[in-house]
Design a protein around this ligand. Structure first.
Ligand SMILES: Cc1cc2nc3c(=O)[nH]c(=O)nc-3n(C[C@H](O)[C@H](O)[C@H](O)COP(=O)(O)O)c2cc1C
Length: 130
């Protein structure tokens, strides 16, 4: 699954000049880069609702899931690299995702290999203050 996701990211990023595409290519071209970091569990939050907020709901659920996992001492990571591959008919069939659903938020869950050091808080970007 990791190799198949890497292949798709490679094809999609090739030819693009964006910083994101270049960084993605750098990663997926590394033979030992595993898209899912060899995590034991992948949870894929899917959308089945038409309308403007279906995807937003999925991301809200994703955040809740990640906070709940953290509270239990588990580690999580959103795997955006897998979204495109997850929505192919082959992957949907393999993972039993109904054709009418869209995979939105893939999240790996596992036991952290080590303690996660705190990261510095980024300054907020306030665009207007009235
Ligand atoms: C939409 C989205 C997609 C992401 N996809 C990936 C991914 O494919 N692989 C990965 O290692 N991290 C992925 N991440 C995690 C980010 O790289 C980063 O670790 C996380 O957002 C925490 O960022 P911060 O340290 O700047 O707060 C993703 C995060 C988001 C929000």
């Amino acid at each position: 699954m990791s190799d198949s996701a890497k292949e798709r990211v490679r094809n999609e990023a090739q030819g693009s000049d964006s910083h994101h595409a270049k960084r993605s290519l750098e990663l997926v071209n590394k033979p030992d880069f595993h898209v899912f970091y060899n995590a034991g569990t992948l949870i894929v939050i899917c959308n089945k609702f038409q309308g403007p907020f279906g995807k937003a709901d999925c991301w809200l659920a994703a955040e809740n899931l990640m906070l709940a996992a953290c509270a239990k001492g588990l580690g999580t990571c959103v795997i955006g690299f897998a979204v495109s591959a997850l929505n192919t008919p082959e992957w949907k069939a393999e993972l039993k995702i109904p054709a009418e659903m869209t995979a939105v938020a893939p999240i790996i869950v596992g036991v952290p290999a080590s303690e996660t050091p705190p990261v510095p808080r980024k300054p907020p970007e306030i665009v207007a203050w009235k």
